[in-house]
Design a protein around this ligand. Sequence first.
Ligand code: SF4
Ligand code: SF4
Length: 94
Amino acid sequence: MTGEDKRINEEALKRRKKPSKISHRVHVYENLCKGCGICVAVCPTGTLQLENNKFSIYGVVAKVDAEDYCIGCRTCEMRCPDFAIRIDEEDTND
Ligand code: SF4
Ligand code: SF4
């Protein structure tokens, strides 16, 4: 990962406050992900992180690091330029 990738990860972690009351499944399609970091940078809850991935031609992909923090806003889904991330609402916990 580059220094910019690490900075994006650190900023995302600062936005991680508390788990969501509604469960969502976050899917990253690693074969489509180019590790641009947009989803990590725009996620309001710090759910996502970038990580090194030796199987990716880009070397870095997004990963779901704390799925229980996802609020299902779909910002990542809408902003990903490669349709590499998808959100499914699963069930409610309350
Ligand atoms: S925005 Fe899309 S392509 Fe970029 S890191 Fe996230 S999932 Fe991967
Ligand atoms: S749906 Fe919203 S909260 Fe969940 S991972 Fe995507 S941007 Fe983050």
